[in-house]
Design a protein around this ligand. Sequence first.
Ligand code: ZN
Length: 197
Amino acid sequence: MEILEKYAKVSDKLSKLNKEIKFLEGDSVVQEYRVLLTLREVVEKELAALYEEKREHEFEQCNHIWVHSNEKGKQESSEFCRCIKCGLNRGLLQNELGYLNYLIKEEQEMYDFMLKHVVYFTGIELNIACDYDLAKALYQRIKEKNPDIDDATISQYLENALADMNKIKVSPDRERIRAKRLLLDENFNRWQSKKVK
Ligand SMILES: [Zn+2]
């Protein structure tokens, strides 16, 4: 097909589409739809602003249970100490200043929160360092089974469970089953914990 002919054909296709769109834009349902899209954008922004406030409230109200992490990975060079209840990462305060340029949005919010408030060191500190996801999964599992358990008792349970995992070796198959039960990745392999000095 000649280029001129091709061009004319596609150009024709576009004007037909434009006509159809223009026709629909006159329709009241479509107009209403566009108003709703704009409104949704406004409400989404409102919700995002409230989310930050909600997180701050959670950090403030939480009676934290801090766990030191010995995990290698995304924060290898930094101290990692995080609450298994609200997720606040106190380790962010101990980072070298250069690292602060690379915080993701949520970390930045935590960092700002901790600078503004002096309440963030309250709560219980586990004397066992372990993978954060593991500690959180164990916490949730214990909490599920004992909804009324207090923080001191749950911390004790957690430390015992982690110590047992250190002591009792299980087969890779059993580890996979255990990971699944805790809703961790099937290939989770960071079961070991150690005492905090
Ligand atoms: Zn907390």
